[in-house]
Design a protein around this ligand. Structure first.
Ligand code: CUA
Length: 199
């Protein structure tokens, strides 16, 4: 489902709920109905059933369609591991400090338009993983959690240095948890754009 469709449905449902609440609120203002309100109680049960049916159907319809790349095979897989206070990216999964240290400096080969799967975990506490484009725009995020692998699928539209930043406060040097990777121009862009070095 298109994001705009989801937003439209959400706005319609929100307006209906606001309408019902406004109606109930305005009815409750009439003094002669205080305490007992047969008019409202008559509607209580059918409205409750309608709410369960409408919200239940929307949930059943929308949840299986959440926008993850279903069944697509990624062009690049990058493991990203966090720990206080840094990230590393690697070709293989990392489960201890030694592997973490060995992975330092690894740069994945990513080009514009490729489907990239980030497999994200943590060696200690919960960290957040946010990905920012060359212009500093926020592009995507997931959590880096100990004993758990989160998968984030992304396609980059711009070449250049992208930055990973920790998005969850994890200790005194939380702000220092940063990492960068470079997205290369896709084949038909090579030549028109000069590539930059990653520090
Ligand atoms: Cu890791 Cu904040």
């Amino acid at each position: 489902m298109e994001p705009v469709t989801i937003l439209t449905i959400w706005i319609i449902v929100a307006l209906i709920i606001i309408g019902v609440y406004t109606y109930v609120w305005s009815s409750s203002l009439q003094p002669h109905q205080q305490g007992k309100s047969p008019h409202i109680s008559r509607w209580r049960k059918p409205l409750f059933i309608i709410m369960i049916v409408v919200l239940g159907s929307l949930l059943a319809y929308s949840v299986p369609r959440v926008p993850y790349a279903g069944g697509e095979i990624p062009d690049v897989v990058v493991y990203v591991t966090g720990r206080q206070f840094g990230f590393v990216q690697s070709e293989h999964s990392i489960s201890n400090e030694e592997e973490f240290a060995n992975a330092a400096g690894y740069q994945p080969q990513i080009s514009v338009g490729q489907l990239v799967e980030f497999r994200v975990t943590s060696l200690d506490v919960n960290h957040g993983l946010g990905i920012y484009g060359p212009d500093g725009r926020f592009l995507g995020q997931t959590q880096a959690m100990p004993m758990y692998l989160n998968r984030l699928f992304m396609k980059f539209t711009e070449p250049g240095v992208h930055t990973i930043r920790c998005l969850e406060y994890c200790g005194l040097a939380h702000h220092a948890m940063q990492l960068s990777f470079e997205v290369q121009p896709s084949n038909n862009q090579v030549g028109s754009l000069s590539s930059r070095r990653v520090q």
